[in-house]
Design a binder for this molecule. Structure first.
Ligand code: MN
Ligand code: MN
Length: 460
């Protein structure tokens, strides 16, 4: 009997076979990241993989009697997805893993394009929590959706292929920065300074053009995509770092990429449910939008699309009533699948070491998040997390606890409290990481792999 508790290092204890699995998982996760740089792209990638694995849409599923083992997806406005494997009795509750597919980035304003100083630029409005200065002087890509007047939907993706051009946000040269350098990091670059350089050539055939660079660009965009400037007004376009996910370190044990928060848990939930077959309790993987801005709006966890989906399915029953839907939600068990901060040797002062997630030490359970005395968080019940401990220890899942910073250092939240509001048992369970919300974030392949394993045994 071991009296002392100690965290387990995955790398140190891994067999060669396990190491191979960790590195193989890293490859699959990186290719998911590269195909899913926005919530729309993640949504279509998740549905593509689900369909390849026998999932059918809720609309199609409802055409016949839904049975145990049926695999169903709900596409909620191309920005959030539910994958469900129907169990014995849906009203007895679901095992839900809930992740989010949006990530901090820069959105284009609705009338973004202007010309000044021999450059054409795009105005942006940042989305989610970003350190604005981090977005200057790095190669950037443009992703999103443009709908033209004739109804054509154009999925835009420019900047990630080797021969693509990239875009760029200026910072001030150091030689003239004495005033800027006296400002705080929060003020050194402002939101209105995050203007993206997109063109420069002013050679324009008609000599009377007042804005030849802008006019040139509009001509090019019209020729290439058939769009006019007014189409920007109804478009959703995002600026994200222009790079593929990359291995980090001589040992290639880590990955740097945009949007690990929360695509690391999203991919883990996806692979975990795709490897699950006919569980006795209904299994649900949730991929929601708008977590980074507070889970508001009709594609966020705050919307009731999961509840509506449950109602649609249960309404096939002869004894259907609203109470069955409520029971299904209240009897559910939920892993709120989101990232947390891991210990960074360069910034040790923001964490309390005994309660910080450590890189390479497994999936992290956060009993609570919140700030200033757990404010605004879901504080998971001991009965539920004890059940998870038994499951994980039995299934050889390497897990640890963590918290989002030491007491009164700051904090944050996840979608956990929303599902808890239905009466479900919920706990935060995800991957520890470094440089959260930076253009490129860092994590351990071992933790990413173990996160997926944990979700998989939870579904089973
Ligand atoms: Mn997150
Ligand atoms: Mn976040």
């Amino acid at each position: 009997m071991t009296l002392n508790y100690e965290k387990t290092n995955i790398w140190k204890n891994a067999t060669q076979e396990q190491l191979d699995k960790i590195y193989d998982y890293g490859e699959r996760y990186k290719s998911f990241l590269d195909s899913s740089k926005t919530e729309r792209e993640a949504c279509s990638e998740i549905i593509k993989q689900a369909e390849e694995n026998g999932y059918i849409s809720l609309e199609d599923a409802l055409k016949s009697k839904i049975q145990k083992g049926d695999k169903i997806y709900l596409n909620n406005k191309n920005k959030s997805v539910v994958l469900m494997i129907v169990g014995d009795d849906l009203s007895e509750g679901m095992n839900i893993v809930g992740a989010h597919i949006d990530a901090p980035r820069l959105d284009l304003k609705q009338n973004p394009l202007y010309e000044e100083g021999d450059l054409a630029l795009l105005k942006t409005h940042y989305y989610g929590g970003v350190k604005k200065y981090q977005w200057t002087t790095i190669p950037l890509a443009l992703h999103g959706l443009i709908i033209t007047k004739d109804g054509t939907k154009l999925n835009i993706s420019i900047g990630d292929e080797e021969n693509d051009p990239v875009f760029y946000i200026n910072d001030l040269l150091i030689h003239l920065s004495s005033d800027q350098l006296k400002k705080t990091l929060a003020e050194g670059i402002t939101g209105e300074q995050l203007n993206v350089v997109v063109a420069h050539n002013s050679k324009f055939p008609e000599e009377d053009s007042k804005n030849p660079i802008k006019d040139n660009l509009l001509k090019y965009l019209n020729k290439k995509y058939g769009i006019v400037e007014e189409d920007f007004l109804v478009a959703e376009l995002q600026i994200v770092p222009a790079s593929k996910a990359r291995d980090v370190g001589f040992d290639r044990a880590m990955i740097a990429a945009h949007g690990h928060d929360d695509r690391v848990c999203s991919y883990a939930a996806l692979e975990a449910i795709l490897k699950t077959n006919s569980p006795s309790r209904t299994a649900v993987a949730l991929f929601v939008d708008k977590e980074e801005i507070g889970s508001v709006g009709n594609t966020s966890m705050g919307a009731i699309f999961l509840e509506n989906m449950v109602a649609e399915i249960l309404s096939q029953r002869e004894d259907y009533s609203d109470i069955l839907v409520r029971r299904s939600m209240a009897n559910s068990k939920v892993l709120s699948a989101d990232v947390t901060v891991a210990y960074d040797p360069t910034f040790p002062e923001v964490l309390e070491k005994n309660n910080a997630s450590l890189l390479g030490h497994g999936v992290t359970m956060a009993k609570y998040t919140g700030s200033r005395g757990k404010g605004g968080c879901n504080d998971a019940n001991s009965e539920f997390i004890a059940e998870l401990r038994d499951l994980f220890n039995k299934e050889n899942i390497i897990w640890q606890t963590g918290e989002l910073g030491k007491v009164d250092q700051g904090g944050g939240g996840t979608i956990a409290y929303i599902l808890a509001g239905y009466g479900a048992e919920v706990v935060d369970m995800g991957t520890g990481m470094l440089s959260m919300h930076a253009p490129l974030e860092l994590l351990s392949k071992a933790d990413a792999y173990m996160t997926c394993k944990a979700y998989n045994v939870f579904f089973k």
